[in-house]
Write a protein that binds this ligand. Structure first.
Ligand code: MG
Length: 250
């Protein structure tokens, strides 16, 4: 069931979105060689709790941390660890949500650690751009398939692959609501987009195969071929005036 949000609720969701975005920015600023992903997770948790909010991911389905931090061939759901020390050239996908005043925000970004290869930079650029292309397609009257097909076409034209096993989702009082928002699909198909829908669009893009594997910890999701992956996400509201990004810092 899709829960539509009133204008007032969307306005309230900007607060959760802002906290999520600022937490993500802080996390990104902490990315540098020698830093552990545990340290970055601590920064995220302290910031969110300091704002009187709750980290959306902490304890969600048993997830043991406040941020998912996924390095290089890890696509999503990397568990922060003191043993994972960032090094020059890594690409670091950080996914963060905050729950505040009854609503969640959810956003992700892939950050370079120091100087990265041209290949890694191109993958990050294409993934980020595919997110914004997907957002542009999220207009009233379009369909879920218009978002996915737009993202997929953008990504595949550049020789990359979109992950099929995980999708974007509705966001609201629950972190994951209906509808699912795949990063692939057929234009003109799927649920029609209505004013008041709030969704997270989150392309997960692999340099090689779209296939992924989940490690024995039951979270860490890696590319099946060991190649790099990137992940960018915003929570947006669909309105008569076009899509509004809720996960903004200011
Ligand atoms: Mg999400």
């Amino acid at each position: 069931m899709i829960v539509l949000k009133t204008a007032r609720e969307i306005s309230a969701m900007r607060d959760a979105g802002r906290i999520s975005a600022r937490a993500l920015r802080l996390a990104g600023q902490a990315v540098e060689p020698g830093v552990s992903t545990y340290e970055i997770d601590t920064i995220v948790r302290k910031y969110i709790e300091g704002e009187g909010a709750k980290p959306s991911f902490l304890g969600y389905g048993g997830f043991p941390a406040s941020a998912c931090i996924s390095v290089n061939n890890v696509v999503i759901h990397g568990i922060p660890s003191k043993k994972i020390i960032l090094k020059e050239g890594d690409i670091v996908s950080i996914d963060v949500g905050a729950y505040y005043n009854g609503f969640h925000g959810d956003n992700a970004w892939t950050f370079p650690c120091g100087k990265v290869s041209d290949e890694a930079q191109a993958l990050m650029d294409a993934t980020k751009e595919s997110l914004f292309e997907g957002i542009k397609a999220a207009v009233v009257g379009a369909r879920i398939g218009d978002i996915g097909s737009t993202v997929q076409r953008y990504v595949e034209e550049r020789g990359y692959a979109v992950v099929r096993d995980f999708t974007g989702h509705g966001v609201g009082a629950k972190l994951h609501e209906d509808p699912a928002v795949p990063n692939y699909g057929t234009a003109g198909r799927g649920t029609r987009l209505l004013p008041g829908m709030v969704i997270a669009i989150e392309p997960m893009v692999n340099a090689g195969t779209h296939k992924v594997n989940i490690l024995k910890d039951e979270w860490t999701t890696v590319t099946a071929d060991g190649k790099l992956a990137a992940h960018f996400e915003h929570t947006i509201a669909i309105t008569q005036n076009g899509p509004i990004i809720l996960t903004l810092c200011d």
